[in-house]
Design a protein around this ligand. Structure first.
Ligand SMILES: [Zn+2]
Ligand SMILES: [Zn+2]
Length: 831
């Protein structure tokens, strides 16, 4: 592990910086020297150096080869890679320490040597010289920065760099651009890197390859024993392989050899479990699991044996496997061979906080440490976007700041950071993430926020300070609320909904103001303005996503997505999706589905009945189970019931609903009631069901007071007996510091704070004595009253993250004879 820490070290002794005048008045004394037999990537490096120096200084440096005749013309050289000039200069180079990708930059007046392997090392040295030495930046495939200096004199000290990771893959669409990837020194399998850029870490088959290695189509019929024994049966459909069967090893090895022949450019091949469980339970496999204490035991023994065979013929090829799901725990004894890589995927972790600093990613962190104790050949599959909402803010910068150093310190050799890889890209900070990650994948000790600011300055120009404040703003909820004794910070997961606690509507409002200023700052620069407008889309999308599912009373109709603000956001978001070529707002789903969904909402509406007096306004939707969707105290803009929209059942959720039996969402939940009678303060609703059950419900405001009464009569108007046990189901909106209080029939005081989520069943001596009070800071106090002799149970049920607290009444179950009825009645005072 210590060895990993010092990967980026300076070779040889430290020397004083040397001053070099590269250009003066648009002219240069220098030539670029490469070997006659320079590799394609070294030739590319020479051309790129020539191109960018010319853009900087106007001087065009000639590219010459190292044959004696040409060299005799050269007075001052920037010499690339191994060549005659380098050898004649006597500059020592530790080629082995540099490996395939490391480089050294060595000033030796009058020359400057940039040395590295012909594979990629020399090329990376040239890009580092241009970037770190001369200030060039390649922020995205479209946005670069090349400083202009017709007089260019630099001070340069010798330095050597070797990347911290052998495999570096920021998995974003824009990062697949060949030039971008080469210039930013990433080498993963997806960028369009080729021979001219020194190739890459190229995968044959990627993951979940067991059935590709030993295809059931070919073998299941005659050799079911090649596959998992699961509960006594060989599973050839959704099983794994029997990893202790020598024939399975032989066939899998042959398959990998065939893959190597068929895909000569590939450097690493996956031998990994299928994407489900069902490992083999045969006696031999079970014994290995027992010895090794984990299902990773038989896999790693198998993969090692296969890799040993492959090594004999193909010593440079690597074999990759997974530590994932049922193989997550490391084995006790077996260790990965030299040419084996184990890929861990910390799926399910909180990505707001650095690993090991939050309970919600401790398990993944401990698993990483457990593997790190047995190997320094890990690869990581890391996640860095919201896969359900690519365009939504994903405040994980604090975690990104640390994660690569944590991986480096735990023996990781390769990193794959999965972001938005859809064809159109355009997700939240995709370009920034890819660029900053590329820098940290090379050297995790670089200062994260300096890199972020560098990118913002280069990409957003004068708007950069506002975008930086926006980044800080959206990170507030994941930073606030941690003390020694409790952790109330918001956490971030990769499939979070728009209602996630860190997407506070008031912060999104503040973000809009910052973007007003940001747009103003760059209003005369159309290209930069477009980038700022694109960044603003992430806020607009989040606001729209929070609103599109939200049902509202508009006029005398209950509708969704039709208030002016939602319509404005919708038009803006759709225009930008088209303008910026965004193809997916979520993984696996084309953007057209999203467009269709939000467009279809226009067509739905339900009539509303409104009751109003001087103190309250109550909105009822008879067609949705006689649901009360809104109770507004006079002078306050806020519904004291929850809004619909949090579940797929919307609009039949939120607010007040009632059932004829105790099961959640049973009879009456979303049936269509008819209005029998209505006045400004009272409505009578009726539902007649084929079973003979008849429900009559009155909702009344009392005089001019803030009191609401709901009374339902369940009557059997049929010919045979019917069982009912009515249950009320109000969802009250609550916020910080909410609590229930009551006094039980036995005289005991009851109190329950609304935190996290939970429930309480209060009955018999614990039954509240006819009243439960719900108080929330900054909101009206609710007193819910009921006839206690009629109620069997009061059910408190709360979910603090969703700002919901229920006070539900259950009547005892009763068999109604024809003509009989039972009544459920409650009243509420809003104070
Ligand atoms: Zn087996
Ligand atoms: Zn967390």
């Amino acid at each position: 592990m210590l060895a990993m820490l010092c990967l980026v070290a300076v070779l040889g002794t430290v020397q004083q910086p040397v001053e070099i005048q590269l250009a003066s008045g648009g002219k240069s004394d220098y030539a670029i020297v490469i070997a006659q037999n320079a590799s394609p990537s070294q030739r590319r490096a020479a051309e790129e150096l020539q191109r960018f120096l010319q853009q900087m200084t106007d001087a065009q440096l000639p590219i010459v080869t190292d044959d004696p005749a040409s060299l005799s013309q050269v007075r001052k050289a920037i010499a690339l890679g191994d060549n005659r000039l380098l050898r004649e200069s006597g500059v020592p180079v530790d080629w082995k320490a540099l490996g395939d990708e490391g480089f050294a930059i060595i000033p030796q007046p009058p020359h400057l040597f940039i040395v590295g392997s012909p594979k990629r090392g020399t090329m990376y040295g040239v890009y580092s010289f241009l970037e770190d030495g001369l200030g060039c930046r390649w922020y995205s495939s479209k946005v670069s920065f090349v400083p202009r200096k017709r007089n260019l004199t630099i001070k340069i000290s010798p330095r050597t760099e070797v990347p911290a990771f052998e495999y570096r893959e920021p998995y974003f669409t824009d990062a697949w651009d060949k030039d971008w990837a080469a210039r930013n020194r990433v080498n993963g399998t997806f960028p369009r890197l080729d021979e001219s850029t020194g190739g890459k870490v190229s995968y044959g088959p990627f993951v979940h390859t067991f059935y590709a290695l030993v295809p059931p189509d070919q073998y299941a019929k005659d050799h079911p024993e090649y596959y998992s024994l699961v509960k006594g049966v060989r599973d050839t459909q959704r099983g794994q392989l029997c990893l202790t069967n020598p024939d399975v090893l032989r066939i899998a090895t042959e398959t990998v050899k065939r893959w190597i022949r068929e895909m000569p450019q590939a450097t690493i091949f996956s031998v990994s479990q299928n994407d489900w469980t069902n490992p083999c339970e045969c006696e031999n496999c079970r014994r290995v699991v027992e010895e090794e204490g984990s299902q990773s035991g038989p896999i790693l023994r198998f993969v090692n044996a296969l890799a040993e065979e492959i090594e004999k013929e193909y010593p440079d090829k690597l074999i990759d496997t997974l530590a994932y799901w049922y193989t997550e725990d490391p084995p006790k004894y077996v260790r990965p061979r030299r040419n084996v890589r184990v890929r861990l995927a910390p799926i399910g972790a909180c990505f707001a906080h650095p690993f090991g600093t939050c309970q919600q990613n401790m398990k993944q962190f401990q698993n990483l440490q457990a593997w790190a104790r047995i190997t320094d050949q890990l690869y990581i599959w890391h996640y860095t976007t919201n896969f359900a909402h690519y365009l939504m803010p994903f405040p994980n910068f604090d975690e990104l700041e640390r994660s690569l150093a944590i991986y480096r310190d735990n023996g990781v050799k390769g990193v794959f950071y999965q972001g938005n890889y859809s064809p159109g890209g355009g997700g939240e900070f995709n370009e920034l993430r890819a660029w900053v990650l590329a820098k940290l994948m090379w050297n995790p000790d670089r200062h994260f926020w300096t890199l972020v600011d560098d990118f913002l300055q280069g990409y957003y120009g004068k708007a950069a300070p506002y975008i930086r404040r926006y980044i800080d703003l959206i990170h507030q909820p994941v930073r606030e609320g941690k003390t020694d004794s409790e952790d109330r910070r918001a956490h971030v997961h990769i499939f979070d909904p728009p209602t996630a606690p860190y997407l506070r509507p008031e912060l999104l409002e503040q973000a809009q103001k910052l973007f007003d200023s940001a747009e103003k700052a760059v209003r005369n620069e159309p290209e930069v303005l477009a980038r700022v407008q694109h960044a603003r889309l992430w806020v607009e999308y989040a606001q729209l996503a929070q609103r599109i599912g939200k049902w509202q009373v508009v006029g005398d109709q209950y509708v969704v997505g039709r208030d002016p603000e939602t319509l404005r956001l919708r038009d803006t978001v759709l225009e930008k999706i088209r303008r910026f070529g965004i193809t997916n707002v979520e993984e696996w789903s084309p953007v057209q589905k999203f467009i269709d969904r939000i467009s279809a909402q226009d067509k739905q509406s339900y009539p509303v009945v409104t009751l109003q007096n001087g103190a309250l306004r109550v909105d009822i939707v008879p067609a949705l189970g006689g649901r009360i969707v809104r109770i507004l105290p006079a002078g306050k803009g806020r519904n004291i019931l929850t809004d619909a929209g949090s579940t797929p059942e919307a609009p039949a959720d939120g607010g007040y609903e009632e059932y004829a039996t105790r099961e959640y969402r049973s009879i009456g939940w979303r049936d269509v009631f008819t209005v029998k009678m209505a006045s400004p303060t009272q409505v009578l609703l009726e539902l007649k069901l084929p079973s003979g059950l008849e429900i009559l419900r009155t909702v009344s405001l009392i005089g001019d007071s803030a009191m609401l009464v709901v009374e339902s009569t369940y009557r059997n108007s049929g010919q045979s007996p019917l069982k009912v046990s009515p249950r009320s189901h109000p969802e009250f909106a609550c916020g910080e510091g909410a609590r229930y209080t009551w006094r039980s029939v036995a005289g005991a005081r009851g109190e329950q704070v609304v935190a996290d989520f939970g429930y309480m069943e209060l009955r018999q001596e614990n039954l509240p004595d006819g009243e439960v009070v719900l108080q929330t800071r900054g909101m009206p106090t609710l007193r819910l009253r009921f006839p206690r002799e009629e109620v069997e149970q009061v059910y408190l049920n709360w979910h603090a993250p969703a700002h919901r607290a229920n006070i539900e009444l259950f009547l005892p179950e009763k068999e109604l004879k024809p003509g009989e009825s039972v009544r459920l009645r409650w009243e509420m005072v809003v104070q």
